[in-house]
Structure formats: structure tokens, C-alpha cells
Ligand binder design. Structure first.
Ligand code: SF4
Length: 70
């Protein structure tokens, strides 16, 4: 039996501490997640984050990809 994939960014960071995982984990923590609990809807909260003065804002995960030209 294979293990379920880890979807909590804080747990992922513990498992694989890369720069990218650190940004995801910090944003998730900012939206109320802990290593034990992922807040419902945290991805869309991060995507819609309005704290433009945050140094991570440009690099936050789960942003909508720009549409490609037709
Ligand atoms: S970009 Fe937004 S969600 Fe991420 S750490 Fe900064 S304020 Fe929090």
C-alpha cells in the first residue's frame, strides 16, 4: 500500500526543505495552517493575498497563470 501524497506545505517543507517549499510553507502559515492542520481554502487565500508590501508577495504560490496569447 502506498502512502498518500503530502499536501500540507508545512509538512512538505519539513520533508524537503527547499527555498520554494519554504515560501509555500510561510504563506500557508500566514493563512493559519500548521504542520498538523491545513486550513480549508488556504490556496485561494494565498492566491488572493492583498498584502503587496510583503516581501514574498511576488513569489507567493498558487497564483493564476497568465493566459497565453491567442
Ligand atoms: S505573500 Fe501574503 S500569504 Fe504570503 S506571507 Fe506574504 S502576506 Fe502572507
Amino acid at each position: 500500500m502506498s502512502a498518500l501524497p503530502i499536501t500540507n506545505p508545512l509538512q512538505k517543507f519539513i520533508q524537503k526543505p527547499t527555498r520554494g517549499q519554504a515560501i509555500k510553507a510561510k504563506c500557508a502559515e500566514c493563512m493559519g495552517c500548521t504542520a498538523e492542520n491545513a486550513e480549508p481554502g488556504f490556496r485561494s487565500l494565498i492566491r488572493d493575498c492583498t498584502s503587496r508590501s510583503c516581501p514574498l508577495w511576488t513569489f507567493r504560490p498558487y497564483q493564476a497563470k497568465p493566459e497565453s496569447p491567442a
